[in-house]
Design a protein around this ligand. Sequence first.
Ligand code: NAG
Length: 645
Amino acid sequence: MQITQASPRMAMLASLLATSQLASAFYIPGVAPTSYKKDELVPLHVNTIKPLAGPDSMLHSVVSYDYYHPLFQFCQPEGGPRDVRESLGGILFGDRIKTSPFELKMKHNESCKALCEVKYNKQAAGFVNTGIKMGMSLDWLVDGLPAGQRAVDPFTGNDYYTPGFYMGYTDPVDSRPSFNNHYDIWIDYHEVGGNPNELRVVGALVTPYSRKYNAPVAESDCDRELPLLVLDETGDTTVRFSYSVYWTPSATPWATRADKYGNVYNPSIHWFSLISSAIIVVFLVLTVMSVLVRALKQDIARYNRLDQINLDDLSGTSALEDGVQEDSGWKLVHGDVFRTPSHPLLLSIFLGSGAQLFVMAGFSICFALLGFVSPSSRGSLGTIMILLYTILGFVGGYASSRVYKSLQGEKWKLNIVLTPLLVPSIVFATFFLLDLFLWAKQSSGAVPFTTMLVLILIWFIISVPLSFAGSWLGFRAPAIEPPVRTNQIPRQIPPPTTYLKPIPSVLMVGILPFGAIYVELYFILSSIWFSRIYYMFGFLFLCYGLMIMTCATVTILMVYFLLCAENYNWQWRSFFAAGASAGYVFLYSIIYWIGNLSLSTFTGSVVYFGYSILISFLFFILTGSIGYFTSWWFVQKIYKSIKID
Ligand SMILES: *[C@@H]1O[C@H](CO)[C@@H](O)[C@H](O)[C@H]1NC(C)=O
């Protein structure tokens, strides 16, 4: 009864969503398995043509192209290729999935099937040959599973699948590029419960070949040796494309079919480096904490004793003892420590965005850890991150307004409006600028205009109102009162010692959180630039925890020293000090660039550094906020524990 009542409304809602682009934006592919009968068509979709590491294990380009780019001239399906539905995260991360002319029939072997015949002129030959030398690769999806190529890890000697396979091969001796025009497609299928009508694709491997056919392709050609096909850059070359399909039964169930792609790194090395850094971090944190707690206890006891003596003094019972000094250390700045810092508006906006990022990152890692993000469903992690960040606009607005109110800010309208706009606009503007470079290169990596529009729509329809709601609640909540009163006249700050000067202190603090994550950073960068599949979310979860711990501890320590040196400007300092780890992340990306990429084009470098700056900026906001909030908690705590007359 209830169902029939609800369903018209549900249907209306669904159709409403379906008509808007917003629904498809959050579509997550590859979550349910598809079963096929024998001889049923299994879709083979093509994704972009993108660079993989060359034989020297360096990446030579970061610009990818559409599969049907007019100069590549790959065979098209009848009636032209169609777009395949994709998630927003997939589009943003560069997936452009289209249909293909390949006909794969379940459990039906095929040998040397002719595809199309294409003439490559001088220009196309030059373009393709350059692509081959840059390590361009084709990226196919068989039933949503990336078609892999067997590869060997240069460090561990392990076998693994790289998603994608090379477009051609460059002879190391005479550097002649041969073009792959024949594909052996090996597909593993799994019979569910021994039912021959429930067959699932659980593995896809492509071995490409370069074969110079002189006549139209025949089935027997696959048994013959043929010379390599080299595209002539001085005249026309006719290329005949062909493929074979081999189906082999497999015991791998559908749920674990993507694991072969994950087996990229030697986990024992990984565990080793992670555990060693974890031990160092935990040891450090515990040492610092115990030293700090002892110092604080002594300070507080001393202050309270001094208080007692002063009271006795007032009542005239005894004179001040000679050995006891005046108040010193952090107590001296009690009348200034909660003074509103400069630019409270900017600080509160950054902190709001930082809180939003912090919660988003935590939830995303947990989702991934629980297996909601399968490596074979591309872009799903990206989609989840965008979705979470959008919804968590509420957290951002709330955090920003509460901080702003506690800082006695007065421009609360500006705070409400700018919190959901400032950081996203910076990110979006950078993104747009990089997109222009990619557009100029005719790269498929350029995000289409409609996607940008959808992104902006999502932002204004969902995130901004949520952020406003959060801000409203935050401003209605009572301000967090400081435990001590602020004096009218600011104290003079004594000149700092060298290591407490802004730049040295910030650099020293920032390196430690970076130390906690740098092991993982290599793998994250590899998954971004080398399109390796990242799957070690357990490691990432640990690293995230370690990073939070170090950020909190070292920033608190620095704030303690700062206050002891009678410098009460801890707010921005704590934000910058913890945020400085982003500077190291950027430095690391430069080192990574030197070690793993050799980009020949200006566009490539601009894109690489543009994205590195973007990632570092977000990381800055995230770690800076962790540093600020923990320092805030610390300062509140210590000034609450002393008596001030
Ligand atoms: C297809 O060919 C492969 C390799 O020759 C063979 O192992 C497999 O059994 C064949 N499959 C079918 C369904 O004929």
